[in-house]
Design a protein around this ligand. Structure first.
Ligand SMILES: *Cc1c(COP(=O)(O)O)cnc(C)c1O
Length: 356
């Protein structure tokens, strides 16, 4: 299959003019078109691109009842030469395969995945923002569509790709609370998969934390609440004793592409890195000794989300104020420069979208 063979039904009512590209926010606008491919009788069928809108399904589709639904989130950028590239789609695809396998859902080939992204971007090319710091967010989602009430693995699925122009993320530094009651995922569970249920289950403890004045929870291991897992729906990193330290991957931690990229850039920048268990007690000691100098969440949406305060067992601990010379700001700038073509893409992370 090639992009040229994906059928496109174009909208006659583009919503592009309704969008204020100087004030995008995150996920507020969905581009004119969507891509849909159906899985039936053991195989994926030819995708189609059509106007974004409602699709007809029964309320008995299995994903609604039993949760077979997984997604991805990545970004496409217009660089300084006007080229459009997707950031590391192959790695996102590899993660998608792990999520699909964990949920007993059919694999999607890298070819179908990347061709679909490219074809949708080519169709909605005018939706790719050119403003500094903006991007086209890509949201592939796969969900069970067989209409049946019995508990079973679905025989039918839809692969849908949506896209959304998103602006620069000017998040203010966040207050996070070390969660010692609820869990996001236990070892052996689905934490490493980007599956819908992980997020639904995280809403309630996050809501409680918000009522207590925090922005996010810092998830800890399910067994003892002793070790750090993630922060909200982002991986978490610390600068401790001058080293970049992040929890080692386990089955309860999502293997973030941003995490992976920032670890590689840290090595390029000569910053020592450690992927290992990080205990809550170690963080507390780092605050008390002044050796914990930075904490931040990392993910596709914000790239870096500065943590200002960590609440441990009811007590607020403050990080030093973030500045332009902090590691998190330097590594964020480096990643941005690679994506924009200001710095050589030595790791081959930018996947160029072929445009006619
Ligand atoms: C998507 C996600 C991340 C970040 O992954 P990226 O590939 O960097 O966007 C981290 N944690 C959770 C739970 C996520 O869903």
């Amino acid at each position: 299959m090639t992009t040229a063979t994906i059928e496109v039904k174009r909208t006659t009512h583009s919503r592009l003019k309704e969008v204020d590209f100087n004030n995008l926010g995150f996920g507020n606008h969905i581009s004119d078109h969507m891509l849909i491919a159906n899985y039936k009788k053991g195989e994926w069928h030819q995708p189609q691109i059509m106007p974004f809108g409602e699709i007809l399904m029964t309320p008995a589709i299995l994903s609604l009842h039993y949760g077979q639904s997984v997604f991805e989130g990545m970004k496409a950028f217009k660089n300084n030469n006007g080229e459009i590239s997707i950031f590391r789609p192959q790695l996102h695809h590899q993660r998608l395969l792990k999520s699909l396998a964990r949920m007993c859902m059919p694999a999607i080939s890298e070819e179908l995945f990347i061709e679909s992204l490219c074809a949708l971007i080519a169709t909605d090319i005018d939706w790719v923002p050119a403003t500094e710091g903006s991007a086209l967010y890509l949201r592939p989602v796969i969900f069970a569509t067989e209409s049946k009430l019995g508990v079973k693995i679905s025989d039918e699925y839809k692969f849908v790709v949506l896209s959304s122009p998103v602006g620069p993320y000017f998040a203010k530094p966040v207050r996070v609370k070390v969660e010692d009651t609820y869990v996001r995922a236990a070892e052996g569970s689905t934490g490493f998969a980007k599956c819908a249920g992980n997020y639904g289950g995280a809403f309630y403890p996050t809501q409680l934390a918000k009522e207590q004045g925090f922005d996010q929870v810092l998830w800890t291991d399910a067994r003892d609440h002793k070790y750090i897992d993630e922060s909200g729906a982002m991986n978490v990193m610390f600068v401790l004793d001058g080293k970049l330290v992040t929890p080692q991957l386990t089955s309860s931690i999502l293997d973030g592409v941003t995490r992976n990229s920032l670890l590689a850039l840290a090595k390029d920048m000569g910053m020592p890195t450690e992927e290992r268990k990080i205990s809550v007690a170690e963080l507390k000691e780092g605050f008390e000794k002044g050796t914990l100098t930075e904490a931040f969440g990392v993910g596709t949406a914000a790239v870096v989300s500065t943590i200002a305060i960590i609440n441990i067992a009811g007590k607020d601990y403050s990080l030093p104020a973030d500045s332009n010379s902090s590691f998190q700001q330097r590594v964020k700038k480096k990643l941005h420069d690679i994506r924009m073509g200001n710095e050589p893409d030595t790791h081959n992370w930018n996947f160029n979208v072929p445009l006619k």
